[in-house]
Design a protein around this ligand. Structure first.
Ligand code: NAP
Length: 317
């Protein structure tokens, strides 16, 4: 079956990843694009500046991929589900847990698939790490997620607004790996959230996790101020071994110092293959675990003010 899909929000991730992944999957056909700015690739037969018009005027659409910032995802997803479309939700799938719960409810009532995509989970290294850790006791976890926000999010203002997640926009990718691979549930015990004086979202965070196990050292360091080498690593020691290191965002895995997996990331083709399966089986897949951890960090976190952040150093916005 070929599913006719529309993209809503034709920004960086839609252009860089969704478009090529849809193009390379013969089971999807890009039928329409809704872009406020009027951007569109050639093959989309229908283009709209308002997604509601798209939902109304393209009845043959089976599904939509919602690639907007998270603050507006719930309303758009609700409208799409109520219009009878299946929805693929970019990460984070909503701005709040209550919104995501609402989408779960509507997806069930409308009998349409809602799919929370956590792209970092679509790495073979992550699957091998999960299988290796199954049934073991983790004594040490260290998440190090450090990148240069000026490089990866040039000029994006929504990431700094309340509900834009700040450093958890990339950090939630690490948490989506943690929730997938850890053999027991992980909680936030303590969080320091570093807010620039002129922004409404954190630029860095230090997290202490817990699993309820005594004497485990479980931590996460997230920082958007990194220049030079970028780091997306997760190190895990188990009681009695082995020692795992996932790096490059999950695409590389070492176990006890030996390289076990090293593959070019193929995350979005994997996402669309999964979506195809869920659509074939008419089965929703809503995983809220990474979003819960971020919500918990904001709930119990300590707010630490730090120096203002400017998109261009030395130039106040
Ligand atoms: P972006 O470049 O700012 O693109 C988002 C697009 O959404 C905008 O260009 C705009 O496109 C549309 N949009 C903005 N505000 C909107 C609103 N109020 N209502 C409806 N549409 C609106 O951001 P992005 O980097 O693509 O990120 C989008 C989502 O993908 C985020 O949740 C992010 O976490 C996730 N993501 C991003 C990356 C990445 O590397 N950038 C990686 C993985 C996941 P139009 O003008 O075309 O409507």
């Amino acid at each position: 079956m070929v599913y006719r899909i529309g993209i809503i929000g034709f920004g960086k991730i839609a252009q860089d990843q969704h478009l090529p992944a849809i193009r390379s999957n013969p089971n999807f056909e890009l039928t329409a694009v809704a872009s406020q700015r009027g951007l569109t690739p050639d093959e989309a037969r229908h283009t709209f500046t308002d997604y509601r018009t798209m939902l109304r005027e393209v009845p043959e659409l089976d599904a939509v991929a919602i690639c907007t910032p998270p603050q507006v995802r719930h309303v758009i997803a609700r409208d799409a589900l109520e219009a009878g479309k299946h929805v693929l939700l970019e990460k984070p799938p909503a701005a709040t847990l209550s919104e995501l719960e609402d989408l779960r409810r509507i997806s069930g009532e409308m009998r349409k698939v809602a799919f929370t995509t956590w792209h970092a989970q679509y790495n073979r290294g992550v699957d091998v790490a999960r299988d290796t850790l199954a049934g073991r006791r983790v004594s040490r976890l260290l998440v190090t997620w450090k990148e240069d926000v000026r490089h990866w999010h040039p000029g994006q203002q929504w990431i700094w607004q309340a509900g834009g997640f700040g450093v958890f926009d990339p950090g939630i990718n690490a948490l989506s790996i943690v929730t997938k691979i850890m053999p027991v549930p992980v909680f936030i015990r303590k969080a320091d959230l570093l807010f620039p004086a002129n922004r409404d979202a954190p630029i860095a965070a230090d997290i202490t996790f817990s699993t309820g196990a005594e004497n485990a050292d479980l931590r996460g360091v997230f920082d958007w101020r990194q220049t030079g080498p970028q780091t997306w690593d997760i190190e895990i020691d188990c009681e009695g071994g082995p020692r795992l290191k996932l790096s490059h965002g999950g695409s590389r895995l070492e176990i006890d110092g030996s390289l076990v997996v090293e593959e070019a990331p193929e995350e979005y083709p994997g996402i669309y293959r999964r979506f195809e399966t869920l659509l074939d089986e008419r089965r929703p897949e809503i995983d809220d675990a990474p979003l819960r951890l971020v919500a918990d960090a904001f709930t119990i976190g300590r707010r630490v003010p730090v120096e203002p952040f400017e998109d261009e150093p030395g130039k106040a916005s």
